[in-house]
Design a protein around this ligand. Structure first.
Ligand code: GCO
Ligand code: MG
Length: 402
């Protein structure tokens, strides 16, 4: 089955998504997500200018060889732009393979290891009482696991604590918004949030929190300890993870479970973290970690070391990424949880999908392929809009992590 054409679409149905569509001489097509939030056009160019021309005429069923052709063959390995590009191609090729086999993708991976996929969603508030109400509303919608974030007095407008994160955060602004950060204001606030959440909503609901890489190891260790009474499902991205050894300090001091990896591109980014069992959940996801070919290897490696999976699933990855993740989630023996922050109706109309949500769980559906399509006839109605993630500065102006 020969690849006859590859088209790249950058659309903005509320936020920017990069979509790869591969066409074959047998009429089968497949779609993949290649979105890299805030850097979409770099990936689109990588794909259009450097990848697509090299793949025309190749066998669409040789996805393993194509993966290595794009990874080893480029000489310049890894990095978010390269790996999102490879992921877009790889996901589309797995879609084609599963359609050719007449099966949902999870059947090709080894079949379902569970009936349904536990997911967590987001709830936030600028104040603690507002966050408590927001978590309650999510529980009422049927969610069993909820990531809770709260604003910090004295720090205006922190990412992830105010309005819904479903749409572009800076769509009316061609440069990133600048936010302000203070670890000393943040650290005492978060245990108070979770104390209030447990008091209001009891022990059963799974509660999670995302630190967005803003702490040092010893600060993260303190936070993990202070949160122990509230039994979090996890503390996410507690410290920047370029220095994987930094997690040893956090790990030695707290029994709060640790999750990391949404910005990782390959297994090499997590090698020490997994081998030394410094984390409990690995957050790599289809689009940023090189597609199903690479992600399932990371998942298997994690399984050897008591690390469970937790694919990143915020709304800045397209519904195609979520659909592909759900097949891996249904199959993977060491599954943990899937992030699911949902999509707007507009987004879902551009990406018709077979997955379903019920009672706190997702299922990828039984459609052949990964079950998510792209309605290219409407692509022109949603042109790319420049947008960036915000940047973060300390109160004295120092540029900080987030
Ligand atoms: C998450 C993430 C998001 C990211 C976003 C960046 O846990 O869902 O941290 O909130 O900020 O995906 O593009
Ligand atoms: Mg996160």
């Amino acid at each position: 089955m020969k690849i006859t054409d590859i088209r790249i679409f950058v659309t903005c149905p509320g936020r920017n998504f990069v979509t790869v569509k591969i066409y074959t001489d047998e009429g089968l097509t497949g779609v993949g997500d290649a979105t890299l939030n805030g850097r979409e056009l770099a990936v689109a160019s990588y794909l259009k200018d450097h990848v697509a021309p090299c793949l025309i005429g190749r066998d669409a069923l040789c996805s393993e060889d194509i993966w290595h052709y794009l990874y080893r063959g480029a000489y310049w390995r890894r990095g978010p732009v390269t790996m999102a590009s490879i992921a877009g191609i790889d996901t589309a090729l797995w879609d084609i393979r599963a359609k050719a086999a007449g099966m949902p993708l999870y059947q090709l991976l080894g079949g379902a290891s569970r009936d349904r996929v536990l997911c967590y969603t987001h709830a936030q508030g600028t104040g603690i009482s507002e966050a408590v109400v927001a978590v309650g509303a999510r529980i009422d919608e049927g969610y069993l696991a909820i990531r809770a974030q709260v604003g910090i007095p004295g720090l205006p407008d922190i990412y992830g604590t105010g309005v819904s994160g479903l749409t572009n955060t800076a769509s009316d602004n061609a440069t990133p918004r600048e936010e302000m950060w203070s670890t000393s204001k943040y650290l005492p606030r978060i245990p108070r949030l979770f104390e209030a959440l447990r008091a209001a909503h009891g022990e059963e609901v799974h509660l999670l929190h995302d630190v967005h890489h803003r702490l040092s190891p010893i600060e993260a260790a303190r936070l993990g300890k202070d949160l122990e009474p509230f039994r979090l499902f996890w503390l996410e991205d507690a410290v920047p993870a370029e220095n994987q050894e930094g997690f040893r300090v956090v790990r030695q001091h707290t029994t709060t479970p640790l999750a990391v990896g949404e910005v990782f591109n390959t297994v090499w980014d997590a090698k020490l973290l997994i081998e030394e069992q410094l984390i409990d959940f690995i957050r790599t996801t289809c689009v940023h970690a090189g597609g199903p070919t690479a992600l399932r290897r990371i998942m298997d490696f994690a399984g050897l070391h008591h690390v469970r999976t937790a694919c990143h699933g915020a709304a800045d990855m397209s519904p195609i990424c979520l659909g592909a993740n759900l097949h891996l989630d249904l199959w993977v023996p060491n599954f943990g949880i899937q992030e699911y922050s949902g999509y707007t109706e507009e987004m879902l109309s551009l990406f018709p999908h077979a997955w379903s949500f019920s009672g706190g769980y997702l299922h990828p559906g039984e459609a052949h392929g990964h079950g998510v399509d792209f309605d290219e006839s409407h692509a022109d109605e949603y042109p790319y809009q420049p947008a960036y993630l915000p940047v973060n500065r300390l109160e004295d102006g120092t540029l900080w992590h987030w």
